[in-house]
Each structure stands twice: as structure tokens, then as C-alpha cells.
Design a protein around this ligand. Structure first.
Ligand code: SF4
Length: 217
């Protein structure tokens, strides 16, 4: 189970409205000052349900918005999102029936020339942002969470959890829906060699097939 690590930042709890609807939450998150990440981001990027009218059974949780997501205000629209779409299609999962979100709602970055380079959120920032993820889970009531990458997996399953060792397995953590961890598509795209990218993408597809199998039960 994820540790209840104390945080030096105030945290998002006081900004999460008691009236719960995804639209109300998505609006309220723009006013969140639960940690300092809002200062350098264009906007908060909240989760989104696919276009299907069906209630999502699967919630995918990434790390944080990327450069393009930060500008557009939509999760998983950049290159990593395209790879995720391809892998979902190959696994036979309809993206329109999936709710996608991130562990942390504001883009953390550092300048590298003209580029805004992704910077990993700290444990304190992850902890501060957790009330938004919990509010989304309360609204969606997913049957399965898919944690994409170490940040999401460790936020839910604890700092000791290793995606490389336990990806594709359905895990249980107190206070959370069942969760299956797998690689983040952005980390696959960062692999230097083609053969590594292909192998890791194939593993991601296999993990997503496991997720689909779990939902059939
Ligand atoms: S990252 Fe999360 S906790 Fe921090 S300001 Fe943004 S929404 Fe609030």
C-alpha cells in the first residue's frame, strides 16, 4: 500500500469541492494551489472519459501532463498518447470506453534552451495531488486502474513497487480499486534503440490484454 508520506506542501484536499461531478471537479482543479506546480504550468489537465456513452470500466493513470497536454488541456494527446491509442487498439480495448488521467495534474518542467523538458514530480507533489485522483476514482468507480509507469504505480502501490518486476499483474492495495501496472508509453518512446521500443510496446500490449481479460471476469 502507498505510504502516507507527510508533505511540506498544503495539498489539494481543501480545493476539491464537496459537490462531485466530473465537470465541477475539472473546473475546480484550475484553481488548485495545493503545491507549487500550478505556477509554471499553462493550466491543470484533468482526466477525460472517452467519447462513448458507456460508463468507463477502466481508468488509466499516467504521471503528469506533457508539453502538448499542458498547452491543450487534454491528457494523452502527444506522441505518448498516440502510442497508447495504438497499443489499446492492438489489445482490443476501445479507447472511447477508457477514462484517462494523470497522478499529478500540472506539468512540471525545466527549460532546456527553447524546450520545456519534463521533470519528474516529487513525492510531496504526488502526495499533494492525490485528492484529485481519489475524487476521480470516486466518480468513475473503475473496475480496474491501469498505472502507466513508475510514478503512478508507486503512488498507488508504494515506493517499493517495481513496474519492471510486476507489470501485467493485477495487484490489490487497501483503499484503491484493483490495479495493474505497466510501462508509460513516453518511457517506451525514450528507449534509444528501435528493437527496445518494439519489445517494450509489445509488452505494453500484452499487459493491456491482461487488463481486458480481468474486465471480462
Ligand atoms: S499539481 Fe495537483 S496539487 Fe499541485 S497545484 Fe496542481 S492540481 Fe494542485
Amino acid at each position: 500500500m502507498a505510504s502516507r508520506q507527510s508533505s511540506k506542501v498544503p495539498g489539494a484536499a481543501e480545493f476539491v469541492p464537496p459537490t462531485r461531478s466530473l465537470a465541477v471537479l475539472a473546473e475546480a482543479v484550475q484553481g488548485c494551489r495545493g503545491c507549487d506546480l500550478y505556477r509554471n504550468a499553462t493550466q491543470a489537465v484533468f482526466g477525460q472519459t472517452g467519447s462513448s456513452a458507456k460508463k468507463p470500466r477502466l481508468m488509466m493513470v499516467g504521471e503528469q501532463p506533457g508539453d502538448r497536454e499542458d498547452r491543450e488541456g487534454v491528457p494523452f494527446v502527444g506522441p505518448a498518447g498516440r502510442l497508447l491509442d495504438q497499443c489499446l487498439e492492438e489489445a482490443g480495448i476501445d479507447r472511447r470506453e477508457v477514462y484517462v488521467t494523470n497522478t499529478v495534474k500540472h506539468f512540471k518542467w525545466e527549460p532546456r534552451g527553447k524546450v520545456r523538458l519534463h521533470k519528474k514530480p516529487s513525492a510531496g507533489e504526488i502526495f499533494a495531488c492525490r485528492p484529485w485522483l481519489q475524487a476521480e476514482i470516486e466518480m468513475i468507480e473503475p473496475e480496474l486502474l491501469v498505472a502507466l509507469g513508475a510514478t503512478a504505480a508507486q503512488a498507488i502501490l508504494g515506493a517499493q513497487f517495481r513496474v519492471t518486476q510486476s507489470h501485467g499483474e493485477v495487484m490489490r492495495a487497501e483503499g484503491w480499486p484493483p490495479v495493474l501496472a505497466t510501462a508509460h508509453p513516453a518511457s517506451i518512446l525514450r528507449a534509444p534503440r528501435d528493437e527496445d521500443r518494439h519489445r517494450q510496446a509489445a509488452e505494453l500490449v500484452q499487459d493491456l490484454r491482461n487488463a481486458k481479460k480481468f474486465l471480462r471476469k
